[in-house]
Design a protein around this ligand. Structure first.
Ligand code: ADP
Ligand code: MG
Length: 249
């Protein structure tokens, strides 16, 4: 689904991402771990197009996407949930999620949305897509609440719902569980598991190695902008380089 080759990006002469290559299989859930400043968020922004690479290529399902702006990559199926919350503050939860569905409706997906005759019907279909996504993340009862009023866990779930609404093939989740209480983390883990079962390819940046190990098929470890290890969660946890760089043992 994703092939990244030789990706590099520097800021002021310092590499944030340096010669990163990785392949993520269709339907895989890939964990990305590494210390603060390792380049994890930069890597996601390079994949989603929110940052331009200095070098390297990015392919989605065999097509180069690295010259496309973020909205065109989104239309090809790349959805990102940023590390910092991006919510429309004066809108309801449903309206926030409908923004994602609008993207899909305008994207030329062969969905029922486009075959509907009137603008009104299209809006109604978008509303249904949004409600379906809200139900999947367990937020339907919050649909009419002001997005700003939601607890952090629900704000994250709302952003996942918005990303799902865009009909992603590759979903990038940047530390979705950070700052969540254990019950909220558990809910989020179940949402990710459910998404995984629908066949979406997922990349998940996460600080908590236990959380990643539970969800990821494979894990890539970044340190100082480079891949230092890759394998199953068990392989990576046992890797001496990882223990030194990251686990601090
Ligand atoms: P991580 O997500 O792994 O914590 P980041 O990708 O956010 O790491 O950052 C990697 C490195 O790049 C850090 O040293 C960070 O300070 C730097 N960096 C990231 N984004 C920018 C930016 N927009 N401008 C300058 N430096 C940046
Ligand atoms: Mg980050």
């Amino acid at each position: 689904m994703l092939r990244v080759q030789g990706l590099a990006r520097s800021f002021g002469g310092v590499y944030a991402v340096r010669d990163v290559s990785l392949d993520v299989a269709d339907g895989e859930t890939r964990g990305i771990i590494g210390p603060n400043g390792a380049g994890k968020s930069t890597l996601f922004n390079l994949i989603s197009g929110h940052l331009a690479p200095d070098q390297g290529s990015t392919e989605l399902a065999g097509s180069r996407i690295d010259r496309l702006p973020p909205h065109r990559r989104a239309k090809r199926g790349v959805s990102i949930v940023f590390q910092a919350a991006r919510i429309f503050r004066h809108m309801t939860v449903r309206e926030n999620v409908m923004v994602g569905a609008h993207l899909r409706a305008s994207a030329g997906f062969p969905s029922a949305v486009l075959r509907l005759p009137s603008h009104f019907a299209t809006e109604r279909a978008i509303r249904e897509l949004a409600e379906d996504a809200l139900a999947r993340v367990g937020l339907l009862e919050w649909a009419d609440s002001n997005a700003e009023a939601l607890p952090l866990g629900q704000q994250r779930a709302m952003q996942v719902a918005r990303a799902i609404c865009a009909g992603p093939r590759l979903l990038l989740l940047d530390e979705p569980a950070s700052g969540l209480r254990s019950q909220e983390r558990e809910q989020l883990a179940r949402v990710v598991e459910e998404l995984k079962s629908t066949g979406v390819t997922i990349m998940l940046i996460e600080h908590d190695v236990a959380f990643v190990s539970r969800l990821a098929d494979r894990v890539t470890v970044l340190d100082l902008g480079s891949v230092i290890a890759e394998g199953t969660p068990a392989e990576v946890r046992a890797d001496p380089k990882v223990i030194t760089a990251y686990l601090g043992a």
